[in-house]
Design a protein around this ligand. Structure first.
Ligand code: FAD
Length: 459
């Protein structure tokens, strides 16, 4: 009966069942369950009608964007249907006056970046999965990436959004008003809620002026303390122009060099490597101050060696090293576990020391690979060990013990659910569950992601 109703809502190619669903669409490639069906609505109205029909039938759904999420949230659970935004693509014109662009939820991040570039702007978020990850998925996960220091998380890029609730109600928050204190800001509910509160269908995105000049440098530092001091020194020298500051441990740095077959940009072997970037917004002496600051750090012994990019080719080659870090850790394959977490910057070093000690006590053959966004206190890690589950348990407890979060930017999804309670209080989790019950009383949307919903009374 439900399928008949859905077939009346959607055109033929937008409702897939049986063999019409491919393994990639259904996520079976990663061991998920086969969904009952795949819905591919092409408009907000179709999303609303599909949700209303599924809600009435108590049919659970999982929302799919580009399926690049790293917390298992898009994995299909038994009995679920898939609601995919893949047909809802497209951008409206860039408005240079307000520096905004409207995007349909299934549009890729890269398409937004390219449209911004063509109109003389930049988009504030960049992540490795830019070619596949969608704007709806970026909103739902509050994606971060390499330029959070400069432009903030995805939340800061959202000037307005449209979302559909489980019962089919459409919330049009696309007005894009800078000031609007007429009641609750409902848009915020959907950012970072991993598809549990509603389906994001359209987003009004903020754009930023293009920098007039940019430079980066790879710096070998003798200690974690030196990395922090270098960051403070750079901030004092170039202020807001410091647009990224990334951390690499030697194992990951060496792995990236091997993977890319590049010459080492710095000769010194060090305990940590820092990739720093500055972006000047006007023709000024930012690059000269950046260089002078690095020279001073070298003279003071805060840096052991530094390679400053002298051309766009060198600039991109340094970033390529950083971008290869993900491939280095992913190459450890299924023999490894990993994730991301955040910490107060002042406690990152203690955490790393404690984590190493604890992981090697568990398994002396452990390989602990770490890199991340130093400026945001965000570490990405992979632990290659035969003791994967116990290692994850230890890492998350240590992150919480050091005042951190078990998820910095990848979300909780299904995979990190057991550890949510370590960084969010009972009262906070209870409030999240009450919000879920209020907006999706039948718990049809992304059920069981982040936390288990309040049980739905049988009808
Ligand atoms: C190589 C690589 C690099 C990455 N780098 C980063 C990084 O630097 N920073 C970072 O933050 N993440 C990173 N990620 C993770 C991932 O790309 C982001 O989480 C991204 O925002 C997910 O977008 P998606 O469209 O693929 O969403 P999906 O994976 O399809 O879904 C993610 C979650 O959002 C929900 N969702 C998707 N679309 C909607 C919608 N329209 N409405 C409501 N809910 C929706 C899903 O149900 C799910 O809960 C990386 C991933 C890869 C593979």
């Amino acid at each position: 009966v439900l399928l008949d109703r859905l077939a009346r809502i959607l055109p033929a190619q937008a409702l897939l069942v049986g063999d019409a669903m491919d393994a990639c669409q259904t996520g079976e490639a990663v061991g998920a369950h086969r969904p009952r069906f795949v819905l591919r609505p092409g408009s907000t109205e179709e999303v609303a009608a599909c949700l209303a029909a599924c809600d009435a039938a108590r049919q659970p759904l999982v929302v799919h964007g580009g399926r690049t999420g790293l917390s298992g949230a898009h994995r299909v659970l038994e009995g679920e249907g898939v609601l995919s935004l893949e047909r809802m693509v497209g951008l409206g014109p860039v408005d240079p006056g307000t520096a905004t662009v409207p995007a349909s939820a299934g549009t890729t991040l890269q398409a937004v970046q390219e449209a911004a570039d063509a109109a003389g702007f930049v988009f504030g978020v960049d992540i490795g999965a830019r070619g596949t990850a969608t704007i709806g998925g970026n909103v739902a996960t509050n994606a971060g990436g390499i330029r959070v220091l400069r432009h903030g998380m995805f939340r800061a890029q959202v000037a307005g959004l449209e979302a559909v609730l489980a019962d089919g109600s459409v919330l049009d928050g696309l007005r894009g008003l800078v000031k609007d204190n007429s009641g609750y800001d409902l848009n915020q509910l959907f950012i970072g809620s991993e598809g549990t509160l509603g389906v994001v269908t359209r987003v009004l995105l903020r754009l930023h002026p293009k920098p007039v000049a940019e430079a980066n440098a790879l710096v070998a530092v003798p200690s974690f303390r030196s990395a922090i001091d270098l960051m403070a020194r750079l901030r004092a020298a170039v202020g807001e122009a410091l647009s990224a500051i990334e951390l690499l441990t030697p194992e990951v740095f060496d792995g990236a060099i091997d993977l890319l077959g590049q010459p080492r940009p710095v000769a010194a072997r060090a305990l940590f490597y820092v990739l720093a970037e500055v972006q000047a917004m006007r023709a000024d002496d930012t690059s000269a101050r950046f260089e002078a600051c690095l020279m001073a750090a070298l003279e003071d012994g805060e840096a052991l060696d530094a390679a400053l990019s002298q051309s766009p080719r060198e600039f991109h080659a340094l970033w390529a090293l950083r971008h290869a870090c993900g491939d280095v850790v992913r190459a450890r394959g299924t023999a490894a576990v990993g994730g991301d977490l955040s910490l107060p910057i002042g406690r990152m070093e203690d955490f790393l020391r404690a984590a190493r000690r604890s992981l090697f006590a568990l398994d002396p053959a452990t390989e602990f690979l770490v890199f991340g966004h130093l400026g945001d206190g965000n570490l990405h890690y992979v632990v290659a060990t035969a003791e994967g589950p116990a290692a994850m348990e230890r890492i998350h407890h240590l992150a919480a013990l050091h005042g951190g979060s078990v998820s910095a930017e990848h979300g909780i999804g299904l995979d990190k659910k057991p550890w949510l309670h370590l960084t969010r209080s009972d009262a906070e989790i209870a409030t999240m569950r009450r919000l879920k019950a209020a907006l999706d009383p039948n718990a049809i949307l992304n059920r069981g992601r982040i936390f288990d919903p309040i049980p739905v009374p049988a009808t």
